[in-house]
Design a protein around this ligand. Structure first.
Ligand code: ATP
Ligand code: MG
Length: 426
């Protein structure tokens, strides 16, 4: 393993030299270098700083093996099977430290690098040099290595030029690179939305061609990618791009809804809402978004000639969640959450007897109410149920009693089992 780096180094852009990298990432690079290893900040943190956006996390790449890294940092642990790396952490930061990988084409018949018959890499744990590691990165803009101690930048694949041209360029033939790891196609889409970059023609073609390979990726990995794609402030853009590349169906259990349908309008409303919440620092959860993205399907499949079949509605909830789980794992805590939001939609509409008081205290009330408002917006529904709940939350007890009385009077006679889903069912 080379300890001295002989690779050419580009002139370091001023923005990097001036940048304040996270304290822990700087410490990790410094300690590894002090111990005699090569170490660089790499990937998204270098790329994002050059683009002028705040880096989300900091990754370090080194020629020290995971065990050697582990020995240097007391607060660290080795993780991963398919791709072993070390997490170095402090109280409020976590740095991923990965060991340089060897060139895949030169490491056949080695236990550390295992591919399936389609060329997909199942295990990738053969160590190599900086130059080799670089070739293993997905896109040129992600293959920039920066040493913040000595202010040295390595750019072997013209990443800087591609950042200037706002272009996503594959390292090597994208058809082969997506065979090795189909998730790279989702990453290309995600980076193009995040950075406002265009995807090169050969990558576009490879996304169309190789999207079906996403069907063989573990649902746990696709859930991680789902969160990165949709909890990113670019959910709406990503949704459209994934749809146009034919890749959406590998992430979401939904039908393709026509442009002016309730289904698409509602999904878009939920995506835009998620983007806006993130932009204004409000909390978001993948559970809410999943509930929204699958709702049109639930309604479609339980609608019988314009009426909601309640029995079918409740029976279908588990099945629809199960189908989604075949695509992306859904952490257990979200199963109940999603079903609560769905079933509360019925109760929010009927508002029978004293139920509205109980509903207000339901732990999922707020989420279910937000969901109702989005449904109304998408259904262009003006029955005013959303605003009824807006008022009911705010007013004092006597007015609450009055509101319920008015509701009872307006119903005249026995309460009909009628739900206001008519717009959504048409
Ligand atoms: P972000 O953190 O904003 O999602 P990132 O580029 O840092 O973007 P990470 O998943 O954190 O993405 O990965 C760090 C780096 O590791 C990437 O920049 C890239 O160089 C490399 N990398 C990650 N995933 C892959 C992959 N599937 N194939 C090839 N290289 C990858
Ligand atoms: Mg990163």
């Amino acid at each position: 393993m080379t300890k001295k780096n002989k690779a050419p180094s580009s002139r370091t852009p001023k923005i990097l030299a001036d940048s304040k990298f996270s304290p822990l990432s700087f410490e990790v690079v410094k300690s590894l270098k002090k111990a005699g290893y090569q170490a660089y900040l790499v990937g998204g943190c270098v790329r994002d700083l050059l683009v002028g956006i705040k880096a989300k996390d900091f990754d370090v790449s080194t020629n020290a093996t995971p065990e050697q890294v582990r020995k240097i940092f007391r607060s660290s642990r080795i993780i991963g099977k398919r791709f072993r790396l070390v997490h170095v952490f402090s109280r409020n930061e976590l740095i991923e430290v990965s060991t340089f990988r060897a060139d895949a084409s030169k490491t056949q018949n080695n236990d550390g690098l295992v591919k399936d018959t389609d060329g997909k890499i199942l295990r990738d744990n053969v160590w190599g040099s900086l130059e080799e590691d670089c070739v293993r990165r997905d896109f040129s803009i992600n293959a920039l290595y920066f040493d913040p101690v000595e202010n040295v930048l390595h750019d072997f694949h013209n990443g800087i030029e591609h950042i200037q041209k706002k272009s996503i360029v594959s390292i090597g033939d994208p058809m082969l690179r997506f065979d090795e790891d189909p998730v790279r196609s989702l990453r290309a889409i995600r980076f193009s939305s995040k950075l406002g970059f265009k995807i090169s023609g050969d990558i576009k073609e490879a996304i169309y061609k190789k999207a079906p390979l996403l069907g063989n990726i573990s649902n746990a990995r696709l859930f991680d990618e789902f969160c990165k794609i949709f909890l990113s402030q670019k959910a709406s853009d990503n949704f459209e791009k994934l749809q146009s590349f034919g890749a959406l169906k590998y992430l979401i259990n939904t039908k393709k809804y026509p442009v002016d349908s309730f289904g698409l309008r509602f999904q878009q409303a939920a995506l835009v809402n998620t983007d806006n919440r993130l932009k204004s620092d409000q909390s978001v959860t993948p559970g809410f978004l999943l509930a929204a993205l699958m709702w049109p399907k639930l309604i479609d499949e339980t609608n019988e000639e314009g009426t909601l079949n309640l029995k079918k509605f409740f029976r279908s909830m588990d099945r629809i969640i199960r189908e989604q789980q075949e695509l992306t794992a859904i952490p257990r805590k979200f199963h109940g959450y999603i079903k609560d939001i769905w079933s509360l939609q019925l109760k929010l509409e009927t508002r029978l007897g004293h139920q509205p008081y109980k509903i207000l205290n339901h732990p999922r009330f707020r989420a279910a109410y937000d969901f109702l408002l989005l449904r109304e917006e998408a259904a262009k529904d003006d029955q005013g149920i959303g605003s009824w709940w807006t008022e009911f939350q705010k007013v004092n007890r006597p007015r609450k009693i009055e509101m319920l009385q008015i509701l009872r009077d307006s119903r005249k006679g026995p309460v009909e089992k009628k739900f206001g889903f008519l717009e959504e069912l048409s």
